[in-house]
Design a protein around this ligand. Structure first.
Ligand SMILES: Nc1ncnc2c1ncn2[C@@H]1O[C@H](COP(=O)(O)OP(=O)(O)OP(=O)(O)O)[C@@H](O)[C@H]1O
Ligand SMILES: Nc1nc2c(ncn2[C@@H]2O[C@H](COP(=O)(O)O)[C@@H](O)[C@H]2O)c(=O)[nH]1
Length: 201
């Protein structure tokens, strides 16, 4: 379970898309949200866009692995697709905020790897939100107002990437994934493999 969090606009979505294009072993956890669809976003691909009543029903039915209120909307990770992917031995990528990450951490999952993405500067963060041109000026202002609070959560993460240049950040993210996959406890069948080697097979 590879989690990416950051203040809004630091580059999680951009990095996630590039990682998914480069790595067939990992799939995105598509969140549910009550926020309005942005231009170009597709239902079921970027998010499952649901109304508040549907979201509340899903909470009542315990269908979320985690959920939170972010920027006045609800966001949540549907449980079933994540559990299905993990049981098939696939890795799952999460683009979620610090509240969701805390909820996953509280479940004590040993397979959780948390990466925090920082912008190079506050000015760059604001420029990125403006250049993305998908949110009205008041929404950009609201997200900038929350950025300092969100960034205070960086010590709760295992890795930190300062996203200056997207290609460098992608290389760093791929390195994290490679190193985590090479951890002894994540290499299933290693005992049998070494046993066979030691027996000269
Ligand atoms: N290293 C970078 N250098 C310059 N621009 C970048 C970089 N990384 C991302 N961007 C741009 O910044 C904007 C915001 O990026 P993105 O949408 O990926 O952020 P995000 O963290 O997913 O935001 P949100 O939390 O609001 O979903 C996009 O227009 C993206 O192209
Ligand atoms: N706790 C959760 N946070 C989520 C989830 N899906 C997205 N997010 C976070 O919300 C903000 C805003 O996203 P945006 O797409 O409206 O810009 C961002 O920090 C996302 O990481 C989720 O399922 N759970």
């Amino acid at each position: 379970m590879l989690v990416l969090s950051s203040p809004s606009g630091a580059g999680k979505t951009t990095l996630s898309r590039q990682l998914l294009d480069n790595d067939a072993e990992i799939q995105l956890s598509v969140s549910c949200t009550t926020r309005a669809k942005r231009p170009g976003e597709k239902d079921g691909v970027d998010y499952r866009f649901v109304d508040t009543a549907t979201f509340r029903d899903m909470i009542d039915r315990d269908e979320f692995l985690e959920h939170a209120r972010v920027f006045n909307h609800y966001y949540g990770t549907p449980r079933a697709p994540v559990e299905a992917a993990l049981s098939q031995g696939r890795d799952v990528l999460f683009d979620i905020d610090w509240q969701g990450t805390q909820q996953l951490s509280e479940k004590g999952r040993e397979d959780l790897v948390r990466v925090f993405i920082l912008p190079p500067s506050t000015r760059d963060l604001e420029r990125r939100l403006i250049t993305r041109a998908q949110d009205a000026p008041d929404i950009v202002a609201q997200r900038m107002a929350k950025a300092a609070d969100e960034m205070s959560h960086w010590p709760e993460y295992d890795y930190v990437i300062i996203n200056r240049d997207i290609a460098t950040s992608l290389t760093q993210l791929k390195s994290i994934l490679t190193a985590e996959r090479l951890k002894r406890e994540r290499q299933y069948g290693l005992s049998d493999f070494v046993k066979a080697l030691r027996e000269g097979r």
